[in-house]
Design a protein around this ligand. Structure first.
Ligand code: MEV
Length: 322
């Protein structure tokens, strides 16, 4: 029971289903990262092969503390909610969920987060964790939550991770489909060629999105023409993708990478991996996400090409994500 401050009387706590869970995919940006922050379009797709899940679990019987806690092996976290600092994005998210779902008191359980999405690698690990947790709480309290509302809540937490996010990550991850997105203007689903052989290769270098975004912002005046060029390129890429024109798509990926280099968000490792992919038959290659680390995206025409590019990227030190 809790005391309703308005009625000054005890009311029952909302029923909660322990064991409820939520999932969310990773995402990769095909075209337009960084420029999307300044109102240019971006194209991104969910990566359902790698996911984050969140579950509300009962306390273990030997747990004497019996306090709501968050456990995540991938994030190396095992902490009581009360011990987390107020600036912790997970704590902010839980508080936001409590407010949005009218949950006055946290449930008696453990929130377990499991993620196969590498952290700080441009694949939307932060947004995926937010979406999975929001969905787990919605399921636990029997709430039907639209993808739009889920995205809206996750966007609030994206501000902690990115500073000034475009909203592309949380939108792609919440709606779980390929989309053409414009900040503040929503998105249109886009149709991708049936066999889009995309290789996602992790450079192993971590990068902090908010720092890279802040650096670009600091040089915005210098980069403004490049940002507009990327915007034009993304519009062409949409046509190429919707026409199923793989070669045009690949050429635009290469051009997008070149423009991101101009914005100083690539680095030697990503440039080397792009060169390896192209030398081994990729039709196009570019960094994906904030850059200065994280993942490379390469496009292959055939299954044997895909295998050759995989092997070559692995030999060059990358970890194949897909
Ligand atoms: C990060 O995944 C993508 C950026 O464009 C930032 C954003 O869109 O908020 C670099």
């Amino acid at each position: 029971m809790i005391v309703n401050p308005v009625l000054s009387k005890e009311i029952p706590l909302p029923a909660v289903r322990i064991g409820a869970s939520g999932v969310a995919p990773a995402k990769t940006i095909l075209f337009g990262e960084h420029a999307v922050v300044y109102g240019e379009p971006g194209i991104a797709i969910p990566l359902w092969e790698i996911q984050t899940s969140a579950r509300l679990l009962p306390f273990p019987t030997d747990d004497t503390a019996q306090e709501f806690r968050i456990v995540s092996e991938s994030a190396e976290l095992d902490a009581a909610f009360s011990d987390l600092s107020e600036s912790n994005p997970l704590k902010k998210l839980i508080r936001l969920i409590q407010e949005a779902f009218s949950i006055p008191v946290l449930p008696d359980c453990i929130l377990e987060i499991q993620s196969a999405i590498p952290i700080a690698s441009g694949l939307g690990s932060g947004a995926a964790a937010s979406v999975a947790i929001i969905r787990a709480f919605a399921a636990a309290y029997g709430l039907e939550l639209s993808d739009e509302k889920t995205s809206e809540l996750a966007f609030e937490i994206e501000k902690c991770y990115h500073g000034m996010p475009s909203g592309l990550d949380n939108t792609t991850i919440s709606f779980g489909k390929p989309l053409f997105f414009r900040k503040g203007k929503g998105f249109e689903p886009i149709h991708l060629p049936d066999r889009l052989r995309l290789i996602v290769a992790d450079s192993g270098l971590k990068s902090v999105t908010s720092e890279v975004v802040a650096d670009v912002r600091a040089s915005y005046h210098q980069f403004a023409p490049v940002i507009r060029e990327i915007g034009q390129l993304v519009r062409k890429a949409r046509t190429a993708l919707e026409n199923g024109d793989l070669f045009a798509t690949g050429a635009l990926m290469n051009e997008n990478h070149r423009l991101l280099q101009k914005m100083t968000v690539s680095n030697e490792k990503l440039d080397d991996l792009a060169a390896v992919a192209l030398q081994n038959g990729a039709i196009g290659a570019k960094l994906t996400g904030a850059g200065r680390g994280g993942n490379l995206l390469a496009l292959a025409e055939t299954a044997p090409d895909t295998l050759r590019i995989h092997n070559a990227l692995e030999k060059a030190g990358a970890r194949i994500i897909r």
